[in-house]
Ligand binder design. Sequence first.
Ligand SMILES: [Zn+2]
Length: 254
Amino acid sequence: METSAVGASTGMSNVMARISGIQSQLAMLSRPTVAATVVSASPAAPSAAAGTASFAGRSSSGAQFAAALQSAVSAAAPTGGVAGPGATGSAATAPVTTGPVAPGPVAPAPAATAPGATTAADAWTRPVDGRVTSKFGMRTHPVTGVYKLHTGTDFSAPMGSSIGAASSGVVKSAGWQGGYGNTVVIDHGDGITTMYAHASELLVKPGQRVEPGDTVAKAGSTGLSTGPHLHFEVREDNKPVDPQPWLRKHGVTV
Ligand SMILES: [Zn+2]
């Protein structure tokens, strides 16, 4: 049966409506087995659940159990994973929707796994093993000969070597971007994006969730490039910043 998926898309008012409905049903029930099973699906509120379990053991009335369930659900609500508008109370929904057939504890979905989540990532890693061959800053472009800002850091990377996501996030785009060639852009939330350019092969699709180090592309020399390498950018609100101090600030030696 659906558990967290249903919970994540159900509002609190809906939850309370369900609770009300279940209370009505429970008022007609006094079977301890039903009560015990429902309670087992409320791991987020151990103290309240324990109290309810003893109710069940004494074959208390359905009305008493319903009141206890109400408090158990109320206690569980604040601990639910909050993934955004409309997701509040997912933990509270789970025990109600699963009811007596719940197979076991239902863990609230962590916000980090919600589709499109844009919470700033905190774990960062080097996108490739290679050394830095060209730094962020003003330079004469090796192909065009134009003196202008080099908006990223170039890393040496043999043709076909793996390029990893520098941190967790959601793929914003994966495709051809003019002089950048085949390029992946990852959205890490809070206005932070990273870009991986000149790839020979793209291995992710827009909307895909990635974790630090996940391979997103293979290194290449597409676009304006003199040889296989990774052009890596970090942007804050789409403005390129120097990736090296950024990575150092986030615990990466580079
Ligand atoms: Zn570059």
